[in-house]
Write a protein that binds this ligand. Structure first.
Ligand SMILES: [Zn+2]
Length: 245
């Protein structure tokens, strides 16, 4: 069923919180990134809770998924610029504990084709992860991942609020914030970056990226404020439901 004329949702959008980035022994460790896991965990836990109570709170996001000596695929072009990381099927490609639902995750891989039935079953899971083979989820050279992103975004009610967490602030997070800001420009709603639940590689580049986000009307909040937003939207939804009885 198409979701039309439905109430706006809150979508916690978590970017690339994978072991190769967040473990000190990871292939492409982002220094200090382990410090944000607690905040991400609080936001996700709250979102899972509200979602299971029937409110329109979703957990979407992305994961790097690269190919290296993978049968049927060329090596990922990203390995010209970065060390080999997040290779499909390796432990480092998995999410860090605390940043993924224990059992109810739909992974939508850019490496696979899905029937409409398969896609809607995956996108109905408590947490939905879009995998990608490039830093920019909407890089037009990667048709399947771009298609998967737009296909998933069709399930989001107009006017929804996106609460963005994860890594790396000035690279993949920035690209996904841009993609979400484009969606908001066409469909209404807002994008909120949770400043104590993201982590950068380079502070100067992060400042530039955040100034660009601000220019696009992206809002900044800390984890407690973001938790209040989830609470507020769920409460309002509950109030609206009661009123409509
Ligand atoms: Zn990568």
């Amino acid at each position: 069923m198409e979701e039309k004329n439905v109430k706006p949702a809150v979508v916690v959008w978590n970017v690339d919180t994978q072991r190769d980035f967040m473990e000190t022994s990871g292939k492409l460790y982002v220094p200090g990134s382990e410090a944000i896991i607690h905040n991400i965990n609080m936001l996700l836990h709250d979102a899972f809770q509200k979602g299971s109570e029937g409110f329109k709170v979703k957990v979407f996001g992305s994961a790097d998924e690269h190919t290296f000596k993978t049968p049927g695929f060329p090596d990922s072009v990203e390995f010209k610029d970065w060390p080999v990381h997040c290779v499909a099927g390796t432990p480092g490609q998995k999410h860090m504990p605390g940043t993924a639902h224990m059992t109810n995750v739909g992974v939508i891989s850019w490496m696979k084709d899905y029937t409409p039935g398969e896609f809607s079953a995956l996108s109905a899971k408590r947490q939905v992860i879009l995998t990608k083979d490039s830093t920019d989820i909407l890089n037009p050279a990667f048709e399947k991942q771009v298609w998967n992103f737009h296909r998933l975004m069709k399930t989001v009610p107009p006017g929804s609020t996106f609460i963005v967490t994860g890594i790396v602030t000035e690279i993949c997070v920035k690209h996904e914030v841009d993609a979400l800001a484009d969606w908001v420009a066409n469909n209404g709603g807002r994008v909120i970056l949770v400043t104590d639940a993201v982590k950068e590689f380079d502070q100067d580049k992060m400042r530039v990226a955040m100034a660009e986000m601000r220019a696009r009307k992206v809002m900044f909040a800390n984890t407690n404020e973001a938790l209040s937003v989830i609470k507020w939207v769920s409460k309002n939804e509950q109030a609206a439901t009661v009123k409509n009885r």
